[in-house]
Design a binder for this molecule. Sequence first.
Ligand code: ATP
Ligand code: MG
Length: 601
Amino acid sequence: MSEHDIPAPGTEREDFIREIVKADLASGAHAKIVTRFPPEPNGYLHVGHAKAICLNFGIAQQFGGRCNLRMDDTNPAKEDIEYEESIVADVKWLVGGWAEHCLAFKPSGSTATANGADFHQAAAEGTGPGTEPFRASDSFDALHAFAVRLIENGKAYVCDHTAEEVDRMRGAPGQPGEPSRYRDRPVAESLELFARMKAGEFPDGARTLRARIDPASPNVWMRDPLLYRIRHVEHHNTGAAWCIYPMYDYAHGLSDYIEGVTHSICTLEFVPHRPLYDWLLEALDLPRPLPHQYEFARLNLTHTVMSKRKLLRLVTDGFVSGWDDPRMPTISGMRRRGYPAAALRDFTERIGVARRENRVELALLEACVRDDLNARALRRMAVLKPVKVVLENYPEDQVEHFELGNNPEDPAAGTRQVPFSRELWIDEEDFREVPPPKYFRLSPGTEVRLRGAYFIRCTGVVKNEAGEVTEVRATYDPETRSSNAPDGRKVKATIHWVSAKHAVDAEVRLYETLFAAEDPETAAEGADFTTILNPASLTTLTGCKVEPVLGGATPGAPVQFERVGYFVADARDSKPGAPVFNRTVTLKDAWARIEKKQGGK
Ligand code: ATP
Ligand code: MG
């Protein structure tokens, strides 16, 4: 186990939120910890969500609690079942083996009743046999009943101002708001109007339900915030049952309460919403214990944008092939690109949890990916830009096989047979007709080792009429079969190869970052962020030559193309016998750096 491996379940992690959790368990404030991960199903999850997932599930797992996966589905206009399904799949993939310890699905067949009590009870009982995520929409009845109670207690009222009036009257930070003209409307009238809103008697926007808090509060979120609005839109879960929908801030804390959540962990932009979160729970005078909200800094990553709105733009405007394009910072894109779940979890552990905002280097995520793949990826030979080498002294019809190890880091990974014959493919990078200084690979007169096979010496080249090299000629030394030369002579380079007769043709996709700039938002200087997309983020190579076993490469199973990088067969486009490989991440290329210093080839 390397120092970078993810800790086994139960391993102690430390951060300020875990300190709070520990103290709450020690004081008996909570007997069992319940966290939740509450995405809105309006897009695919990205690597920022991975941080929130690992934190919430990690805490549940570490302290013997559970974590609810909850769809925050209160805005039917933007949400979709496709997104919900992708979220469930991504969370299961990322949480992996931890799921059985802490992933809570909705108990089968349960919905929240009017006061939420049964649901609270069922949810508190544990992970259960359910397979569906929790949904805020499953609690619409309970949330509605809570709203009625707030009106009855004089803590909410129906307001007839238009959205524009409400916005204007709310004021701004440092500038007081104005009270709604409907603030002191009699309770009975608000109850009646709220019932008629629910019954569909009014058009969208005609009325809202608002909390009766303080129109002049220094915190704008406390200036009589909206709790319900009218939206005549079908919902992907509740269909046409509702035409009033709760606002996020209203539904969120109460859903936490209904599900028995103890620690509601979110990102820092929710700090100013916390007083409202607490006010609602207090105003309903709910039985204790109540959930509490805690905030941490969101993850920002270099060379990418992360907001779902921007990622959606990239998809809908065709800048990428879809949400799971391997260049996307989405969990599904990273999975398709070959990032292992364990590497993503390791990354979130290494960046830690704090309250200070910063931008994490993509290079760190790539280092986590390399560490994981180095231990697990099977080594293979693949030639991305093929040049033919003909071994003049190798018999025409002879074929022999070399037994090569699958992974030097892991002897248990076994070996494979690699065929060898008179005509081979090598990479164009590994041959120079006129070698620059310090170039130790093949050139006329020099000798190199073919990985796992023989020494070969270049004797010359064959050119076409245009003067381009079409074939490299060489001789091999039979005395060097998988061993050193008997006369002790050395070569300075080992290169990879594929037998031309046995090679499988492959397509290989090389990925670079979507944005060359570290911080695309500021680099765009006010222009649309898509204007600074990296035009070289995808290079597709066809006619690549790979060793025969790769013809049947399993999508998702990582391989290292020796000396080139880590790759994975594409889950969508790869076919048996016609593989398509995605480059997951490069190896560190020492030669590229030397070449750069020398100022080009
Ligand atoms: P985006 O801003 O990308 O549109 P969001 O906040 O609207 O994301 P939600 O689906 O509401 O997305 O987020 C679900 C949970 O994931 C929230 O608790 C949110 O705080 C958390 N989260 C979202 N983005 C990040 C991030 N970059 N880093 C850490 N946590 C995040
Ligand atoms: Mg959000």
